[in-house]
Design a binder for this molecule. Structure first.
Ligand code: ADP
Length: 270
């Protein structure tokens, strides 16, 4: 009467022999569902108190001149830490939404170049114009996807490039034809990542250098968000990097996600 979820593994031996193994993963599935719901509920419940806290702190920080200097400084610290918690809660909530809902409902053709320009403008402001951010190419194809989700994936990649490279570094964003489909690339010429870490970078809270990442303001969820957004767009994240040689993050979208304007030859720009 109750629905079960089974996972099958079929092994073929020669032409006529098969070994079929079935595993009942219903319980595992339920636990996973409970974990997701729990994270989503906790994050949601934490939002209101954090908003109240940051509201009061804002008021106090406006009165900073009337307060003893030490108190003024602590208020600044409290604001920074509250902001960190808010970022974390927002990222947790975003991640659980990406895991819970089915993707693909509001997908329509997007102008990727415009999106890259707008993310780059935000990143320039964030970095205090200390990085050389450029957008290469003029590939005119559109991407069929969710504007909000693709924006948050690209923002995470670009903000990471800003955070993990020293001032003066070059950061390049590209949208181009790739394989049968197309890709968005974010590359930097910073210190790079040791390849041993690469397979684990998209795990929640995985960091190459724990102390450094928290100091730079990351939540530890950035690349997990990127991975989930891409999964919902049938896309894949490729990361290539070597210490001292910068890093390249490539989001590869299949042809089914690419919308070519009429009369545009496929490799008009690449
Ligand atoms: P975080 O909030 O720690 O940045 P992410 O999931 O976004 O979390 O990134 C995971 C880790 O990957 C980071 O802690 C950092 O060590 C590494 N990383 C991400 N982007 C870059 C980059 N452009 N250059 C070097 N290291 C990076």
């Amino acid at each position: 009467d109750e629905r079960r979820i089974l996972q099958y593994q079929i092994t073929l031996y020669g032409d006529d022999e098969r070994l079929v193994m079935a595993r009942d993963i219903t319980r595992l599935h339920q636990l996973e569902q409970m974990r997701r719901d729990f994270v989503a509920n906790v994050s949601h419940e934490l939002r209101t108190p954090l908003t109240v806290l940051s509201g009061y702190l804002e008021t106090y920080s406006e009165m900073a001149e009337q307060l003893p200097p030490r108190l003024g400084r602590s208020i600044g610290q409290m604001q920074a830490q509250t902001q960190r918690m808010q970022n974390l809660v927002n990222d947790l909530l975003l991640l659980s939404r990406l895991e819970i809902d089915q993707g693909g409902k509001d997908h329509e053709p997007l102008d990727v170049t415009a999106l890259l320009n707008s993310v780059a403008a935000d990143a320039r402001a964030l970095s205090g114009h200390q990085h050389a951010l450029t957008i290469e190419g003029d590939y005119a194809a559109q991407l069929v996807g969710s504007e909000q989700e693709v924006r948050s994936a690209v923002s995470n990649l670009v903000f990471n490039a800003v955070r993990y490279t020293p001032a003066g570094s070059a950061i390049t964003l590209r949208w181009k034809a790739f394989g049968q489909g197309a890709c968005i690339e974010v590359s930097d010429d910073g210190e790079g990542i040791d390849p041993v870490h690469i397979p684990r970078l998209t795990e929640r809270f995985y960091r190459v250098d724990k102390g450094r990442s928290t100091a730079t303001g990351g939540t530890g969820l950035g690349l997990a968000i990127v991975k989930h957004v891409l999964l919902r767009h049938d896309a894949q994240l490729q990361i290539s990097s070597h210490p001292g040689e910068g890093a390249l993050f490539r989001c590869v979208f299949p042809a089914t996600r690419i919308h070519l304007p009429a009369a545009l030859p496929r490799n008009a720009s690449s």
